[in-house]
Design a protein around this ligand. Sequence first.
Ligand SMILES: *[C@@H]1O[C@H](CO)[C@@H](O)[C@H](O)[C@H]1NC(C)=O
Ligand SMILES: *[C@@H]1O[C@H](CO)[C@@H](O)[C@H](O)[C@H]1NC(C)=O
Length: 744
Amino acid sequence: MRLSFRRIIFLVLVLLSLSLSILLLQSSTTLKQRWNEAWDTEKFDLDSYKAHNLETRRDFHYINYLYSGYYNFTKVFGNDIDRIKQTPLKDKCNVYFNQFYQRNPDWRLFTHNSPDYRFDKSSDKKHLFFKEEQKRLEDKFKKEKRGTDEQFVLTRQDNRTISNQFKEHIARSKEIMYEMADVTTSLRVYGKCFVDQPELDDNQKKTFDDLSSKFFPFLSQQLPMFKVQGEDRSTGWPIIKDDGSVEYKSDVVGENYIDFVKKHSKGKGIVISAATRHAKDVMKLVMILRALNNELPIQIMHKGDITKRSLEWIENAATADVAELLNPDTDTNQGSYMPELKLLESYKDFGSYFPKQNLQFVNIINCINKKYKFHFPGYSNKILAVFFSSFDEVLLLDADTVPLTPPKDFFESQEYQKSGTYYFQDRSLRDTNDFIETNFFTTLSPANEKSIDTLFDIPRITEKTLNNKYMTGWRHYQEAGVVAFKKSQHFMGLLMMFPLMLWTEPVHSSIWGDKELYWIALSAAGDENYEFNPVSAASIGEKTTLSNRKFYPNSPSNEVCSTHPGHVNQDGKLLWINSGFGYCKKNGYFRDRTKFPFSVFDKDELSQLYSSPLQIRAALVPPDLPRFRQPGNPVDDEPEEQFKRSWRFRQKDIDEINEKLPQGAQRTEFITEWGPQKGWVKSSICFGYYYCAYDKVQSYSADKEFDEGRLFEFDEQSVKMYNYLSKVWNTAALRKPGFSKSST
Ligand SMILES: *[C@@H]1O[C@H](CO)[C@@H](O)[C@H](O)[C@H]1NC(C)=O
Ligand SMILES: *[C@@H]1O[C@H](CO)[C@@H](O)[C@H](O)[C@H]1NC(C)=O
């Protein structure tokens, strides 16, 4: 086409007037609104929200994640994957970390504690986000217009503001997730390049040191202080020399902390993290360990937050003569509980010889830089305890756990022998988690074929992770009251726990403390060689025999109600229980006396029950639930929503019926018309710690009547042993603060 001068002038004029009118439109607010409205097609209804949620899940799905430096990395090798695979590791490491430094020379592990830079777990729940924000607007309106009778009206503009806010949240959440996944990717590569290598040259050492201070900026140069019982002075970290002599080190100046802990963690032992409030439980636990003839050394890890007097009590429990410990004259409980069982006279009959315990108190307060002091949530103490313990093979015990088998058995278990870990499963409660959570943890793990991990021969996670209870939609998988862990074998997994611990959200609200961290961190490190006890948590106590005390008197199911979860191994042997040995660790009988089934107890029986240790005669393991979510995080949540909806058509359990009772309505005490619908039914007894467990639950599949769990009943000899241990745990002959030397 020939462009004449006239045509050009005409075109320019048209363009000018067009842009002018746009400018005009934009500058006047009412016109602007019209303009926006003309383009505004966004819909605000449930179906649109759902469609959007699906889109977000598709977008967030772990399959889309690729390390941000992936293409820069492969470019160096001419994008030739085979060539990369054949390149020596050392050279690949060089390229990777050179680029890492180039991109962000000042990088350090971030903590993301700021409230306005946070992963938002409602990213795939647009409907909820809207509901909350709309409510917030309404509340604000009502507050401002209090006293007037103006009605709150939600405008389209309000909806659009919320929508924009939501878009920002989603974008930020994805950014944070990818940022975190980049960190775990780089940490895996760091492990492969430096931690797992037997020899490093000087250059590599320099990089290793520098990277270690970037990934673990909270580590000071101080080592923990070890105080051996009976001695007033502390020593540093014990280093066992080739000739068997020991040297003590108090800092790692001039060395690499990570390398130091890996090299110098030696031997096997029990590790307990404790503060003053745990002292009484620790003392009781030490008594149990003596009764079980434990010979493993014990390290009690603290942050200087345990009083000198508590240390003295615990030491006394560990070293006092058995005649003093079991002295009937000082045991004020002696008469009230199993008076016929005389501990001092009969402990040998139970095979106990009460060896003195080898105890060390380990203060780790100076190992964490002051700046990071408040970054570690309370539950992280246990993970710090494992890391800073000088043992390589650690049996990590919560202060209120009670082992019922000698601790060395945990190390001798088939599971530990096979994997260097022995983990335990939690109660299989019918609590679900969300796509966004399981997807987040999978994104943090080496999950994709196309990934940096593949190029570095880092193993990808398999069905073992993707098909486990948590990843298939259940909230509770691990119970971490007892964890056996070989540090040298799972060192990268241990290091991976640190970022997970420091990133409060979304980790914190997705896994309840440290509970699930032990397996998640290992999977995230590409290490799936961990083993769980195959039997889920059991309810430990006595089978309900009197039918007027049963919650489902007409059900064929057995019932064991208790505040104590416990763990039975494959052979039906009871290994440990949780929450001490008391009947209820939270309160006395008075608060619970009107609640069924205690309402049908006579008063003396009930007060006796609450003041006595738990009677162990049975362990009931309810059936596991079927998968809630299919492995691999399907983006379509309709199947799981459907499964959840189907629960509404089941009968209700006591806990559901009583949950949202209208005021003044009668609580349901027991149900005669049907049987239990869940394996674990919660009660308000003992501050909500009380659960009843069932081994015949109305099935979740159509082809049978019941899903079946397992009931283990213990023989007379075992019951006697548990009674004996409960009495040891409950003995009051231990030195108390009032009697301690330092107080006189
Ligand atoms: C990739 O390399 C280019 C050029 O060196 C650099 O500008 C860019 O930031 C790098 N991108 C990433 C994600 O590392
Ligand atoms: C705003 O959104 C809600 C749903 O979140 C919808 O019910 C309402 O009709 C919308 N209001 C306007 C004016 O668009």
